[in-house]
Ligand binder design. Structure first.
Ligand SMILES: Nc1ncnc2c1ncn2[C@@H]1O[C@H](COP(=O)(O)OP(=O)(O)O)[C@@H](O)[C@H]1O
Ligand SMILES: [Mg+2]
Length: 454
């Protein structure tokens, strides 16, 4: 034995070698399932940590069980203790040469706080299409530090999932954003490399599981095209595929005073989502303001909602989910009572999901005059991006998916509005020339980032 330390990750396929050798800030390896992507992530991360002293690596996966099964477990088994030791409490493997691999999973807003201020040289996002563009942008912010190493992000991806649209835009369609106003925010095509993978590239899998291809071939045509060949057009529509920027959004404007106003909220300690919606004389709904915030107790949520409602805005009703009417074990009170005593009386909305989502779709459909029944201000970037990102539920395609949880809050608030009965505005008593201006709370600058997909 002679005290020799054995570390043998195996031999890479041709595509995996291309992934290892690629040099660019953003490298995506993708397409088919079973193409050897996760293996490549593990091997590149560990190899990089060993070869480059002091390298700081982050490996991300959407959920902890997947992270444990695909990364922590296999890497702990692969790396001998003389080379690297894993500490469960910090979920970090420290190497003999000062390098480290941190293992993380994305749990929405909590992760935004967790990764704020952390620095890494290389970040791997395994199954990046399970991540929202918002979380990708947060993680991008962690690519920094004073080490001599080039900062890089390695992504793996299959078509479909909540991140389908942004991954496809950056790596498949190569449709890059240019802004004359902020040239420093331009995306440089040279920064993005895509290495396609098909199942056939992974001979290790084909040798060990010959039935795998047969299993793939029995799947529905679109799933098969996406999973076997990595076809990006086969899968991956949002649940609200009908959403279009030209059709469903409007420039921020001052809402005519005689229109009726409503609010709709979804509340949890993890996230408050509040929408302000006006109804015109024809019964058409205009979402004109939004507010989302995590970590608010009910009293502060109510205060924030009131603060963002202008003094001359009379709100006819604020719709909310029925669970706010359940008695809290510790206080014996309901959250609805606290909202009410804090100045925000609530109206209980129906919580049937499928019916509610169908009603949103119904309101997005064109009316007789060709315009939809529901329009959203371009300043409501969070609602627009959540509607564009939310997928159909895999088990029940007539429902929207409940995961990732972070994109459901504003959509739920909109659903509580859409299932509730609202009245159209009365005709104004006199016609007044209104100068329509930007919303005084949100301002007039639409958040362009979120408008790419609708
Ligand atoms: N170069 C390789 N050497 C040995 N086994 C490999 C190699 N590449 C992939 N595999 C194995 O093939 C299977 C599928 O690979 P995986 O990386 O999980 O694919 P993907 O993440 O693309 O779905 C796994 O069992 C993995 O360990
Ligand atoms: Mg994988």
């Amino acid at each position: 034995m002679g005290g020799e330390v054995v570390f043998d990750p195996g031999r890479a396929s041709e595509k995996q070698k291309r992934f290892f050798l690629a040099r660019a800030p953003f490298i995506a390896y993708g397409g088919a399932k079973g193409g050897g992507k996760t293996w490549a992530v593990r091997t590149k991360a560990v190899g990089g940590a060993i070869v480059n002293p002091g390298l700081r690596v982050l490996i991300m996966r959407r959920t902890y069980p997947e992270l444990e099964e695909n990364h922590i477990g296999p890497i702990v088994r692969l790396v001998p203790p003389e080379i690297g030791s894993y500490l469960t409490t910090t979920r970090r493997m420290s190497f003999f040469n000062g390098s480290s691999i941190k293992f993380g999973h994305w749990s929405g807003e909590l992760s935004e706080l967790e990764y704020q201020g952390q620095e890494f040289d290389w970040i791997f996002i395994d199954e990046a299409t399970q991540f929202t563009e918002r979380s990708f942008n947060y993680l991008k912010g962690c690519l920094r530090g004073v080490s001599p190493y080039d900062k890089r992000m390695y992504l793996t991806c299959n078509p479909g999932g909540v991140g389908h649209a942004w991954v496809k835009r950056l790596f498949i369609d190569r449709d890059y954003r240019r802004s004359a106003a902020n040239p420093e925010e331009n995306e440089d095509p040279a920064d993005y490399i895509f290495i396609p993978a098909t199942v056939e590239d992974n001979k290790f899998l084909l040798d060990s599981s010959p039935h795998y291809l047969r299993m793939l071939s029995q799947m529905p045509e679109n799933v098969r095209r996406a999973y076997r060949y990595g076809d990006w057009d086969a899968l991956g529509g949002s649940y609200f595929a009908e959403l279009r920027r030209e059709v469903h959004t409007f420039e921020p404007m001052r809402i005519p005073p005689h229109w009726r106003r409503y609010r709709a909220i979804d509340y949890g300690l993890d996230m408050l989502a509040a929408l302000w919606i006006a109804v015109d004389e024809e019964g058409r709904s205009w979402v004109y303001r939004e507010w989302t915030r995590s970590g608010l107790i009910v009293r502060d949520a109510a205060a924030g909602i009131l603060e963002r409602t202008l003094p001359d805005e009379t709100v006819d009703a604020t719709f909310a989910p029925p669970d706010l009417w359940s008695t809290q074990k510790d206080t014996g009170r309901t959250m609805e009572e606290i909202f009410r005593s804090s100045g925000v009386p609530l109206v209980k909305a129906d919580n049937s999901r499928v019916q509610g989502h169908m009603l949103i779709k119904d309101m997005l459909a064109p009316r007789r005059d060709g315009r939809p029944g529901l329009l959203i201000s371009r300043s409501c970037g969070r609602l627009l991006s959540d509607l564009a990102a939310i997928q159909a539920d895999e088990d029940n395609p007539s429902d929207a998916a409940r995961e990732p949880h972070e994109v459901t809050h504003t959509v739920d608030a909109l659903r509580y509005y859409c299932v509730s009965r609202v009245a159209p505005a009365d005709r104004p008593r006199w016609e007044r020339e209104e100068e329509w201006t930007a919303d005084p709370i949100l301002g007039g600058e639409p958040d362009m980032d979120y408008l790419m997909y609708c």
